[in-house]
Design a protein around this ligand. Structure first.
Ligand code: AGP
Length: 608
């Protein structure tokens, strides 16, 4: 989704802004632009398409002179991807220039209001409203203008603003959309995402709702909504900048897939203390967990699929009713959560607006909230009662792999932790899980070793038009993720079905040559899956089965079998997902797709 970067210093701003925007490319975008204070005016340069077009246009920024500026990568929401609609947006008089992440919900009313005052608009965006509104509110004091303009705006926003009259400063504000300020030596930064500025500084803080930062080369001052000074606590980012580099791999996605053994270890190990699982919750007490009478998981996309895998595990270990809800539906569905509900919020980015709104809704209804988040200090982490971090490191590819795996680990452990406290899980089960977790990184590494086998299958089927993933119980939850992975990066139509549901309609779509990927790793229902494979085979499907080592009978019914190490039932999904991730990756690569930045998608979805 859109990305913002800003720089105030003594060096030339444009090349630094372009470099920062490059780091934000992974978020997904369709146009890019920058604005620099230059000799008493604001110079704007923007281009549709990839950032390379803007680099070419500005000769890598060399054409634009100036040391203070803002940049943006746009993911279209209001108006098509085009030169006119791309950011930055200037007010009609050239006095104010804005980059914006988020959505202004009352922009039509504001536009009508401003047009009535004689303001002329050139774009279809909601963002142009903001620059015009700021010009309308401006009477010589930028801080006052921003304060006044905010009073009119409804919706969500992170804004970087330049005022022509204040060539030394960037003004930054945010509401329900992340903005980070970075502190350097004789230069300062702002960005929507720390990766954009990590090369220059690790000292950052986050702007809270209602706060405004005025950023110049020498100083950053922050005030609250009443204009009172705020003392921000500066955080030192511990991420290794190299972790956000490709490190010799062709794509971030394959690098991240291969990092999974290490990520699993980093996520699990700190939570195994003296042979017991301890999730390190700070506010939700053991007593609270004993008092809970149901669990509700809310999340989007792959994080939702983690919830689907976790549901039967939580039920089994905690003996509680568990629901898994799509965060985008949750708020509008009059959810049945209250003070006796533990809501588990799952999000890699910690910025997904639907998930954040679901969290707020659940909190308003009194639920206890623990979030499982990858990005430290993100909006969802900050708004939760307790946070369990997945130590996956920066995930750059839009298609999640290592964060998904880290989330699974947290969920297995959280289920056991709650189960032990409620005495519905035994000490023996806890020991078994710990043993599985300790051995899991090596087993995942083994599953990854077979990547050439998966690559070969991808080479046979990469031109498929439709693919069906089928499975039962946990295999069905994994099928959902396998199918999403394939469709989002390869653009092949694919669907996941509970295998038993096929005969209730979908099997009519199976014809000669249809590819069916059958997940048969859930041992109690393996035989049922064998029957389902026979059903689709007899209608002409080609079947790739995913099975446990030793299940040789599957090879009698399927065309191809990918074997995964035979494993304990609880953590088996961590192995079964590996070939599905690899298959999607190799299919997309063979098709020549933009694997890390699939069309129309964004890494961090900050609009509803
Ligand atoms: C998965 O590959 C997707 N890119 C997407 O479904 C993602 O999982 C979803 O948007 C949720 O994101 P979050 O984990 O950052 O909240």
């Amino acid at each position: 989704m859109c990305g913002i970067v800003g720089f105030a210093g003594v060096r030339q701003a444009a090349p630094i802004l372009l470099e920062g925007l490059k780091r934000l490319e992974y978020r997904g975008y369709d146009s890019a632009g920058l604005a620099v204070q230059s000799d008493g005016k604001i110079v704007v340069s923007k281009a549709r398409g990839r950032l390379s077009a803007l680099c070419k246009l500005t000769h890598d920024g060399a054409d634009i002179d100036g040391t203070v500026g803002i940049g943006h990568t746009r993911w279209a929401t209001h108006g098509e991807p085009s030169y006119i609609n791309s950011h930055p947006h200037m007010s009609h008089d050239g006095a104010v220039c804005v980059v914006h992440n988020g959505i202004i919900e009352n922009y039509l009313a504001l536009r009508a209001f401003l047009e009535a005052q004689g303001y002329e608009f050139v774009s279809d965006t909601d963002t142009e409203i903001i620059s015009q509104l700021l010009a309308y509110c401006y009477e010589g004091d930028p801080v006052e203008a921003v304060k006044r303009a905010r009073g009119y705006l409804e919706g969500s926003y992170a804004l970087g603003i330049l005022f022509r009259d204040r060539p030394e400063a960037i003004y930054a504000v945010s509401k329900d959309n992340p903005l980070i300020v970075g502190l350097g030596e004789g230069e300062n930064y702002m960005a929507s995402d720390v990766t954009a500025i990590l090369k220059h500084t690790r000292r950052v803080f986050r702007l809270n709702e209602g706060e405004m930062a005025v950023i110049t080369k020498d100083c950053v001052s922050v005030t609250d909504e009443y204009g009172m000074g705020v003392d921000k606590t500066v955080t030192e980012v511990t991420w290794d900048a190299d972790a956000a580099e490709k490190g010799g791999y062709e794509h971030f996605m394959i690098k991240e897939i291969l990092e999974q053994p290490e990520v699993i270890q980093k996520t699990a190990n700190p939570r195994i203390v003296d042979g017991r699982i301890d999730m390190g919750l700070k506010r939700i007490t053991r007593e609270d967990l004993r008092g809970v009478d149901n669990i509700c998981i809310v999340a989007c996309g792959s994080a939702y699929h983690v919830g689907c895998v976790a549901k039967p595990i939580l039920k089994r270990l905690c003996r509680l009713p568990v629901s898994v809800e799509l965060a985008s539906e949750f708020k509008y569905a009059d959810p049945l959560v209250d003070a006796r509900t533990l809501v588990i919020v799952i999000s890699q980015s910690g910025e997904t607006i639907d998930t954040y709104h679901a969290l707020k809704e659940a909190a308003a209804r009194g639920a206890r909230i623990v979030s499982v988040v990858n990005v430290v200090g993100s909006t969802i982490a900050a708004a939760s009662e307790d946070v369990i971090y997945t130590w996956a490191g920066p995930e750059i590819a839009v298609a999640t792999t290592k964060a998904y795996s880290a989330q699974l680990i947290v969920l297995y452990m959280l289920a056991m932790y709650i189960g032990r406290i409620r005495e519905t899980a035994t000490r023996e089960q806890e020991r078994e899980l710990i043993a599985e977790l300790n051995a899991l990184p090596a087993a995942v590494a083994r599953a990854l070793n077979d990547k050439e086998g998966v690559q070969y299958l991808a080479s046979l089927y990469y031109s498929s038009k439709d693919v069906f993933f089928i499975g039962r119980n946990i295999d069905y939850a994994l099928a959902l993720e396998g199918s999403l992975k394939l469709k989002e990066i390869s653009y092949i139509h694919s669907e996941a079905y509970a295998a038993g549901e096929l005969k209730h309609g979908t099997i009519s779509l199976v014809e000669q040559g249809t590819l069916v990927i059958a997940l048969c790793t859930y041992a109690p229902l393996k035989d049922k899956l064998v029957s389902n494979i026979k059903e689709v085979k007899s209608r002409g499907a080609n079947v790739i089965a995913l099975a446990n080592e030793g299940d040789e009978d599957i090879a009698q019914v399927a065309d191809h079998v990918i074997y995964i190490p035979r494993w304990g039932q609880t953590t088996m999904p961590s192995l079964a997902i590996i070939p599905l991730q690899l298959f999607a990756y190799y299919v997309a690569s063979l098709k020549g797709c933009d694997v890390d930045k699939p069309r129309n998608l964004a890494k961090s979805v900050t609009v509803e």
